[in-house]
Design a protein around this ligand. Structure first.
Ligand code: SF4
Length: 978
């Protein structure tokens, strides 16, 4: 009898031979993971056994963090394949195509295996192999010098795909640097902003599985946020009769599964949401008691209707008029969808009651000026229905997520990074990352040492040629370091290219909202775990990774140790072993401490199996902490927390004293401090102090005192902002280019090195409706078209389809990967070789050679049958920063025409001088903190910030006053809607 079986039966439980969670025989039961036997299909009919040790890890190919099982061949000691981990509570053994394709990344013949240093000019394509020791010493010396010379703001780490919650932020905090930058303002910050202003928490967590109606503003089933874990639950709900409503201008795979597919004009989604909300209000089909208890209507009445009695009845009568103009007819005129259809959809929504789940993430919220009001108006529907924290409703994500506290939490850095958090955007949800080239060109600062990590700014961002210009300029970026498993358009310009592990070659913890429960998952280097299971200790992940591939956690620990070799900078103490004073912290100690001290229930569960918490996580990969969280906002605050509190006139309950300075990472969902630093502990609701929401009022904020108080009173309520691509703003021959959609089998910038995915999808034609094709003079699918933006054009193939509404064209993200002639191959199956020329500020890129069949260590690369790898459209987009959320508004007003004589597929022309002009136009829409801050700070303290500086750093310096920023005077958003 196995030890696991003995332990199970000792607990009085039945030992289940099959998969323990979903009871599908397809999954290997965890009790057999030490020696899982499969028969060779190639050997059939001969019986040939393959013996595997199954080791869990976590997929790194999107943000869903599904569980994977590595099949480690016990004969070769190598990973043979990856499949789903049935023990993972979020993904439950299922993966999308990108999960198993992890094996392609591990065996990629083009991957980077050794640290490289630039030889010759930046971008010249010449490299020399160097040792990790020399790289670490060089970088440590640079950073130490910058720190001792008080140049903290010249150090920046720019993150693409985060691995672990807060690891890099803590590294930077330990250095006293406000240097965290993210990709979020080209991704999800528009969606987040709308939820943040309502709940104080920036993500929704829909309980799709139990919903009656599922309302999605995205291609959620195929590529939306947490799509695999959510898609399987949406599928369950549909099997139980749930209706699915999808708003997507494009006929996505998700739309094909919808009961109602609405294809609105881009940017009109908020008008549809408000028409549905108005229907609920006018027909009295909203949850009065929920609205009365949980909306901050009293605060709204006091602030905006001072002569009105503060009663719920008075609020209701005002509410009845607030959205009266958002009729179905108005929404129809904005969206192009029949009023009858909208009426029917509103009826379906109204019937859902508290079983209404919804999601909006990138999509419309990421495409449009004011897109953040799309998610805000969507949550208005949930808040009217009382479908918040209910079975089948939508939760704040923090209730369904768990972030374990690490062994060390450094204090808040005492500096403020204006290059990421500029004074013009006090309410920005995340760093203004995509404006970095413009800020550097403006002379707002320089970077001494700039790291990118799983991030490809030249390719991912709009206006990539401006990125190229600054990354080539050693006066603006002194040392450019790319931490990456693979080559990218950005890494070609780096000074150091440092190989980091793919998902199964590195450590991280993570937890995401995927159902009404909390879990924590463990990404781990699977060969390390396999070796340790066999009794061979591993002290450095490089001992098991290919070549000299490392992982970031060990890299950051080592680098920090070398920055502060004698501890005089106060950094080293955050990297010392807890049990071996004076010695360096190991990742086993780091995660061992975390799993032993910070994950409730895990130590007991592990002990029952005769394992340490770390051993348990290395063996099973994920642990469910709780399920059925329910409505946390309604929980009573225990009397023990109410001994010394004060209550505001609006019922917010605070500690009497200012809260002590806490860790730099504010726990998700923790009540936010007020401007005096007092900590909110709850909110008074009908005489009972309840937890409430981490907003300033403690309630759901229908009216935002923050927006009103920080210069945007006209946007303080959920509303409709007409997009920059609203029909009224298009010139006669312009159409909207919808450029944001993802392909289900692609991984942004990383799938070029996964051959199975490349074969599935490798190009991005321009979707054009037949009526538009006739108007443009495009005769057939495959014809070349020129798509002209405000700063240039790209040449692509046409796909004539009724899957897009007239007046809109669409081109997918992911494609058009390129390498400069003479540089490393990068990704032979997906990167075209290009030539790049420049005339003043105008750049031109043209294709010298297509991707295609080639020799490599993988014989499959000789079987590549495609050569069309699409076009890099983002190079032709100027930046469009939303003045409130800071989100880049991706949609473009474009002209489409047949290609001109001489145009070749993949041609790009872009003018970085014109890009500067567009940047300045959008910057002029902002209302800088120096003009609008009510308290002399740069940003409301309660708003989230991944790495929060000290209180003192929040105070505006004199230089940030309006006269120092003449180009950024307050202006109204152009032609606001209702
Ligand atoms: S949805 Fe697919 S890519 Fe994303 S984590 Fe899951 S398996 Fe990986």
């Amino acid at each position: 009898m196995s030890a696991a079986r003995a332990a199970t039966e000792a607990r009085g439980e039945t030992f289940y031979q099959g998969a323990s969670r979903v009871h599908l025989a397809a999954f290997p039961p965890k009790e057999r993971w030490d020696d899982w036997v499969e028969l060779s299909s190639r050997a059939w009919p001969r019986r040939e056994e393959h013996h595997y040790m199954l080791v869990p890890t976590t997929c790194f190919n999107c943000e869903s963090a599904c569980g994977l099982l590595a099949y480690v061949d016990t004969g070769t000691g190598q990973v043979r394949k990856f499949e789903g981990n049935p023990e993972h509570p979020g993904s439950r053994g299922r993966n999308c195509a990108k999960g198993p394709a992890t094996i392609n990344q591990v065996t990629d013949p083009d991957r980077i295996l050794y640290p490289l240093k630039r030889a010759g000019a930046r971008g010249g394509g010449q490299w020399e192999r160097v040792s990790w020791d020399s790289v670490l010493d060089t970088l440590a010396a640079r950073i130490r010098t910058a720190l001792t010379q008080q140049r903290q703001n010249e150090i920046m780490v720019h993150i693409g795909r985060p691995g672990e919650d807060g690891f890099t932020e803590r590294v930077l905090a330990s250095w006293g640097v406000d240097g965290h930058n993210s990709h979020t303002n080209v991704c999800s910050s528009g969606g987040r902003t709308g939820f943040q202003f309502w709940m104080g928490i920036d993500r929704p967590s829909p309980d799709h599985a139990h919903a009656k109606v599922i309302y999605l503003i995205s291609a959620h089933l195929e590529s939306g946020h947490y799509f695999n874990p959510h898609a399987q639950r949406i599928t369950e709900a549909r099997a139980n009769g749930a209706k699915v409503i999808v708003l997507d201008t494009r006929l996505s795979n998700t739309a094909t599964h919808a009961d109602y597919w609405l294809s609105p004009r881009p940017g009109s989604e908020a008008a549809i949401n408000l028409a549905v909300a108005n229907h609920l209000i006018q027909t009295h089909r909203y949850d009065r008691e929920f609205v009365r208890q949980w909306w901050n209507w009293a605060e709204y009445l006091q602030a905006c209707h001072p002569g009105v009695a503060v009663t719920f009845e008075a609020f209701e009568s005002i509410l009845a008029g607030l959205y009266a103009e958002f009729t179905f007819e108005f929404a129809a005129s904005e969206s192009g969808i029949d009023a009858d259809v909208l009426t029917e959809v509103a009826g379906v929504v109204a019937a859902a009651g508290t079983r209404f789940s919804c999601h909006s993430w990138r999509s419309a919220a990421a495409g449009n000026l004011g897109g953040w009001q799309v998610s805000r108006t969507l949550f208005l529907i949930s808040a009217l229905l009382g479908a918040v924290g209910t079975e089948g409703g939508t939760f704040p994500n923090a209730w369904n997520k768990f972030v374990p506290r690490p062994i060390y939490v450094p204090s808040h850095p005492g500096v403020w990074q204006d290059l990421s958090w500029p004074v013009e955007y006090p309410l920005a949800q995340n760093e203004l990352s995509f404006l970095l080239p413009h800020f550097l060109k403006d002379g707002r600062g320089r970077l001494d040492t700039y790291f990118i990590r799983v991030y490809n700014p030249v390719w991912t961002n709009p206006d990539g040629l401006s990125w190229m210009e600054v990354l080539r300029d050693e006066d603006l970026v002194g040392c450019f370091v790319a931490l990456t498993p693979t080559w990218s358009e950005s890494a070609f310009f780096a000074d150091y290219v440092l190989p980091m592990g793919h998902g199964p070659e590195r450590h991280d913890t993570h937890s995401y909202e995927q159902y009404d429960g909390q879990w924590v998952g463990f990404r781990q280097p699977v060969l390390r775990a396999a070796r340790e299971r066999l009794g061979t200790p591993v002290t450095d992940t490089r001992q098991v990774n290919p070549g000299e591939v490392w992982e970031e956690n060990e890299f950051w620990i080592e680098l920090s140790w070398r920055i502060d070799p004698d501890g005089s900078l106060g950094i080293r103490r955050y990297y010392e072993s807890p049990g071996r004073p004076g010695s360096k912290l190991t990742v086993d100690e780091y995660y061992g401490w975390m799993f032993s001290h910070s994950v409730p229930g895990l130590p007991e569960r592990a002990a029952a199996d005769g394992l340490s918490p770390l051993e348990w996580m290395r063996r099973y990969g994920a642990f469910e902490i709780s399920s059925g969280q329910g409505a946390l906002h309604g929980r009573e605050v225990p009397a023990s927390e109410l001994s010394d509190v004060q209550v505001s006139s609006l019922g917010r309950v605070y500690t009497r004293a200012a809260a002590e300075a806490g860790p730099n990472i504010v726990p998700m969902g923790a009540p936010g401090p007020d401007s005096d630093g007092r900590r909110a502990v709850g909110v008074l609701v009908d005489g009972v102090v309840r937890r409430g929401f981490p907003t300033p009022s403690g309630r759901l904020e229908f009216w935002s005192s923050t927006l009103a108080g920080w210069g945007w009173p006209e946007q303080a309520l959920p509303g409709y902002i007409r997009s920059h691509v609203h029909p009224s703003r298009l010139e006669g021959d312009q159409v909207v280019l919808l450029s944001t959609f993802r392909l289900p089998t692609q991984i942004h910038t990383r799938s070029a090195n996964a051959k199975w995915l490349d074969e599935l999808a490798h190009t991005n034609p321009v979707w054009i409706h037949p009526s538009d094709a006739a108007r443009f003079g495009v005769r057939r699918t495959g014809d070349l078209v020129r798509v002209s933006t405000d700063i240039g054009y790209f040449v692509a193939k046409a796909w004539i389809t009724e899957g897009i509404r007239p007046g809109v064209v669409a081109c997918s993200h992911h494609m058009g990967r390129w390498r400069l002639d003479g540089g490393p191959r990068g990704a032979g199956g997906m990167m075209a070789t290009v030539g790049l020329s420049r005339d003043a500020s105008e750049w031109a890129m043209s294709r010298l050679a297509s991707a295609g069949a080639h020799e490599s260590s993988d014989p499959d690369t000789q079987r590549i049958w495609w050569s069309d790898t699409g076009v890099h459209q983002n190079l032709t987009f100027p930046v469009h920063p939303d003045p409130i959320s800071g989100m880049h508004c991706w949609h473009q007003a474009v002209r489409v025409s047949p290609a001109s004589a001489g145009d070749q597929h993949g041609d790009i022309v872009a003018d970085t001088g014109k890009a500067r002009e567009v940047y300045r136009e959008w910057l002029a829409l902002t209302r800088p903190a120096g003009s609008v801050s009510p308290d002399g700070t740069r940003r409301p303290r309660w708003l989230m910030r991944p790495l929060k500086p000290s209180e003192a750093a929040f105070v505006l310096p004199p230089a940030a006053q309006p006269e120092a920023q003449p180009e950024a005077q307050p202006e109204a958003l152009p032609e606001d809607g209702a």
